[in-house]
Each structure stands twice: as structure tokens, then as C-alpha cells.
Ligand binder design. Structure first.
Ligand code: ASP
Length: 446
């Protein structure tokens, strides 16, 4: 996309975000939080933006990982790239979760007056029943609410038995594994498999063109989605006793996204992190507007490879995997939210329990799908684990989640942005060890 067109699109997306917030607050919000339900603005956002993006996800993940792997070629190099990518994901998620745990235990947003506690917890059970319970039950049936089961579920997804079934159910991890293996086989096949490689390369090119078309729907899509979010929650409900919790999550996300990740990028890749952040702005704004790192993936890949200067070898592989398992924002948020709820219900957590939070919140973030509110359901894993480690003396009821569900969408917009930013930083770092062949040649010539 030309520079001028990109600028126009950026302005339009910003306008969409701001106008959506104003429209939601002044024309939709009626003083009753949570009353909008499946309002037409949500449906419009869904049809205009989310569904077209979702349509591209499975083909993009499949084709881009194959192209990424075949362009890496050498299997030993793939090991280095894969290993470095996983190391980066784990280390940054652990940093994020530690920032969250430290902030929430020092600032103690849940240590409130009796009156504030009562006002916050009063409607929790009802909120939980109406908005969360059914999803938690579904997750329980799927076996994903205890640490062991969640771990097993991730392993099972990594070794699928039927890739078409995984595709049909929108499970990306299995597709990535299959695409990776197929990519390796295609690379190993030399001349025999070269035509198939070219087919995948051409397909990738075509899908990217589709992405470029869909991107133009972003301003209108985010307008409706943000209007619905703000119209449903209402800005005034972000103040009051819950404000401290929101402030702690947002400060943590800010620290991680604007200081820690940029520092990592600067130190390891000698890249100007804020310039890169600007180059990735369309992906970051789409993440903010859609609440979904999976839906944003097509835009993330497009921005990273065009403006962001990431190599195909890196971005095609690092970004799909990142959208599936690397969620720094979600990990940080899980830690803050769980410790906050324990504080609110008067249960003091010791250092050992905080360690349980750190480990399980990371696992919950890996297991969370890149869709809206996935994090809040995965929180059940963390709460169950901490409850077990408390030995049954005191337990936090799951209905406590009802306290934060009302404002979750706004928090989700911010954590999803950090999730996508974390993936983007990874792609830029890995570009250093896996530049595209053309770039390498250019460098040698220069
Ligand atoms: N919405 C987040 C994402 O798509 C996941 C979550 O934390 O709920 O990245």
C-alpha cells in the first residue's frame, strides 16, 4: 500500500475509534450498564469487520506458515528460529505476568472499604450466571479448567489427528504444526516439490491482496464495535471502586508495552522501537477495536511485512504462532485480575500462591484463544489452582469473576493490543536472525 493511502487509512481508523466512542457514550448508553446485549451496532461490527477477517484466518495461518518454513529452507536454521521464538514468547510472558503480580500486590486495588466491597460484590453472582457461567461450563466439558487438563489440551491441539477438523473448528495450533511439517517436507523435496512451493507462494500473495481489501473495512468496523462497547459499559462505570483495578491493569500494560518490549527490541535488534510501533499502528488499532488477536492476524502480517520491514521467513511463522500462544497482555491481566479478586474477598495470598498465579496465568494465556473475552474464561484455571494451593481453608468462589465482567471488554481492548504488539516485536527480533534472502543479498552488496 502506498504511503499516502496508508496515511489516509490511519486517519480513518482513528476517526472510527473516536467517533465510535462518542456515539456509544452519548447516543447508545442509557445509564444501564450491560443492557445493550446483541445490539445492532455489535452485529454491524461483526458483519463488516470481524467476519471478513475471521474468514481469512485459517487460510492465512496454513499458507503463511508453509511459505515461512519453505523460505527458511534449512531445517537446522528452523530449529534455531523456532527455539528463539519460543524462548522469546516464554520470557516475555513471564516478565509480563511478574509485572502484573508485583503491581497488584503492592498497590492492592482490592483492599477497599467495606462499603465499596459490598457495592462491587453485590451483583457478582447474577453477572456471573448471566454472562460467564455457560462459557465456563463449556470449558469444563472440554476439559480446560484445571492446570493439568489445560496442559493436556494444549498438547492434544499440538498433535492433531485430523487437520481438516481442526480447520473446521478454527483451532490454529494444530494447523500450525501440520503446516510446519508440510513446509519442511516441501523444502526437503527439492525439485520434485518446487511447483507446490510456488503454488503456496502465489496463494500467499493472493491472500495478502484480500487482506488489503478487507483492511479498508477497518474504520467502519471499529466504529461500530467501539460504539457498542462504550454504549454497553458507559464511561462513568469505569470510575468508582473498580477504577483502581482498571488503573493497575492499564499501568501494567503500559509498562510492558511501552517500556519493557521496546527496551528488548532496542537492546537485541538495535531498532527504534517507537518507529516500529508506528509502522505497526494499523494492526495495533485493529487489535484495540476488534478485541481479537486472531482476527487481527491478517493485518498484523500485512503491516509487519510491508511497513514494518519484517522478513517473510520470520513474520510468516512467528506471527501466526504468536497470535495463538503468545499473549503478554492477557498473562499480565490474569495475574492482576485474580489477585485483585482474592484481595476483594478478603483472602491474603502468600508468596507461594503468587508463584502459583505466575505459573498458571502464563499457562492460561498460552491456552487462551485470540478471541474477545477468552482471558476471562481461562481465569478459572488460575482461580482453581490458587484455591487448591490454599488447601481448602478459604476459597474464592468462581462467581467473583462477575465483579469484573462488566468492564472486561474495555480492559480486553487494551490487553489485546499488547498481545499483538508482543507478537510484532517477536517478528522484528527474529527478522534479525532470519532475514529474507533478498535482504541478505542487498546487505552483502551494500
Ligand atoms: N482478546 C484477547 C486476544 O484476542 C484474549 C483475551 O485476553 O481475552 O488476544
Amino acid at each position: 500500500m502506498s504511503g499516502k493511502k496508508t496515511n489516509i487509512l490511519t486517519v480513518l481508523i482513528i476517526l472510527g475509534l473516536v467517533a465510535g466512542a462518542l456515539f456509544g457514550q452519548f447516543l447508545l448508553y442509557d445509564g444501564d450498564p450491560g443492557a445493550l446485549g446483541d445490539h445492532w451496532t455489535k452485529q454491524a461490527g461483526d458483519i463488516i469487520l470481524i467476519r471478513p477477517l475471521m474468514l481469512l484466518i485459517i487460510p492465512i495461518v496454513f499458507v503463511s506458515v508453509i511459505v515461512g518454513v519453505t523460505s527458511i529452507g534449512d531445517p537446522s536454521k528452523l530449529g534455531l528460529i523456532g527455539g528463539s521464538t519460543l524462548l522469546y514468547y516464554i520470557v516475555t510472558m513471564l516478565i509480563a505476568v511478574s509485572i502484573g503480580a508485583t503491581l497488584v500486590s503492592t498497590l492492592k486495588p482490592g483492599d477497599l472499604s467495606e462499603e465499596a466491597r459490598t457495592s462491587l460484590t453485590a451483583g457478582a453472582a447474577q453477572q456471573y450466571e448471566s454472562k460467564v457461567q455457560a462459557k465456563v461450563q463449556q470449558a469444563e466439558e472440554g476439559g480446560a479448567t484445571s492446570v493439568g487438563q489445560a496442559f493436556l489440551e494444549i498438547l492434544k491441539q499440538m498433535i492433531p489427528t485430523n487437520v481438516i477438523d481442526e480447520m473446521a473448528r478454527g483451532k490454529t495450533l494444530g494447523i500450525i504444526v501440520f503446516a510446519l511439517l508440510l513446509g519442511l517436507a516441501l523444502a526437503a523435496g527439492g525439485e520434485t516439490t518446487a511447483p507446490a512451493v510456488r503454488v503456496f507462494e502465489a496463494l500467499f500473495d493472493a491472500i495478502m491482496r484480500l487482506v488489503l481489501w478487507v483492511i479498508w473495512l477497518t474504520p467502519v468496523g471499529v466504529f461500530f464495535l467501539v460504539a457498542w462497547t462504550v454504549g454497553d459499559i458507559g464511561f462513568e462505570n469505569l470510575i468508582g471502586p473498580i477504577a483502581k483495578y482498571i488503573a493497575v491493569v492499564l499501568s501494567g500494560l503500559f509498562l510492558h508495552g511501552v517500556i519493557v518490549l521496546p527496551l528488548i527490541l532496542f537492546i537485541l535488534a538495535r531498532t527504534n522501537p517507537f518507529r516500529y510501533m508506528w509502522q505497526m499502528r494499523r494492526a495495533l488499532m485493529t487489535a484495540f477495536g476488534t478485541d481479537s488477536s486472531s482476527a487481527t492476524l491478517p493485518v498484523t502480517i500485512e503491516s509487519a511485512e510491508t511497513e514494518g520491514g519484517c522478513s517473510k521467513r520470520s513474520a510468516n511463522f512467528v506471527l501466526p504462532l504468536g497470535a495463538t500462544i503468545n499473549m503478554d497482555g492477557t498473562a499480565l491481566y490474569e495475574a492482576v485480575a485474580v489477585v485483585f479478586l482474592f484481595q476483594l474477598y478478603g483472602i491474603e495470598l502468600e508468596f507461594t500462591q503468587l508463584l502459583v498465579v505466575v505459573m498458571t496465568a502464563t499457562l492460561a494465556a498460552v491456552g487462551a484463544a485470540g478471541i474477545p473475552s477468552a482471558g476471562i474464561i481461562m481465569m478459572v484455571i488460575v482461580i482453581n489452582a490458587v484455591n487448591t494451593s490454599l488447601g481448602g481453608d478459604k476459597t474464592l468462589p468462581l462467581e467473583a469473576i462477575g465483579v469484573i465482567i462488566g468492564v472486561d471488554r474495555i480492559v480486553d481492548m487494551c490487553r489485546t493490543t499488547v498481545n499483538v504488539w508482543g507478537d510484532a516485536v517477536g517478528a522484528k527480533l527474529i527478522t534479525k536472525i532470519a532475514p529474507d534472502i533478498v535482504e541478505q543479498r542487498e546487505k552483502t552488496l551494500a
